[in-house]
Design a protein around this ligand. Sequence first.
Ligand code: BTN
Length: 248
Amino acid sequence: MLIKENRLQKRMNFKLQWYERLPSTNVFLKERLVLEPELESGTVIVAREQTAGKGRRDREWISSANENLTFSLLYKPDSIPWSIPSVSMAVAIAVAELLSLEGIEADLKWPNDVLVRGKKICGILSEGASEGIIIGIGLNVNMDETEQIDQPATSMLIETGERRDVDALLKKLLIHLEIWLTQWQQGGFPQVRKVWEANVPNLGKMVSVRDGDSQRQGILFGFGDSGELLLEEEGGVSAIWAGDVSTS
Ligand code: BTN
């Protein structure tokens, strides 16, 4: 049930719709788009609670009700000249920028994680839809130490000891998203590469990249124009398009 709706007058003309409970804001937005292809760019679906939150690679995204931000933004740029996965990298920069203003220094982890002290604080799931891009963001805001997550995780509360108003935080985050999505639309990943690389702590270091059963080791050389990871192995530098990176 839709519980609240309002518009933020900005260039992206965000239209926010809050729901008490949804299985997944990404799935809901995808289904809405099928029925309403005219749904405007800037539509933001926010769920106070997700009962079947989706992560990357069919993982679950666990987030307890009312404590954190779980939302999906519909983004319909005039054209999509850049590789869709790299949009998540621009989004991660926007989140890290907000966190920094909130007194939390975050690192970026390829392809689209935001970490603090090696623990995940935000996950991003961008999915192409025929009518645009669905950008799903889960940001741990008021999660406390007792919450059970299947991987090392943290929250803004854990990092600063302060609880935050989730709705007010969303509005702040949208400002940063607008800035970085505009950058991405203008020049794709190359336009945001400098900031991305400045916030990736394991650049130039030995890493392992695991993709299913395969695992490769090498030096994290950099990132290509589509946001692909460049791994330097004995035979040279190669591009990797998917996987989980860890410091080896
Ligand atoms: C990941 O790190 O694996 C990505 C997690 C993305 C979670 C967000 S929460 C809002 C949106 N709805 C979903 O079902 N998933 C994304």
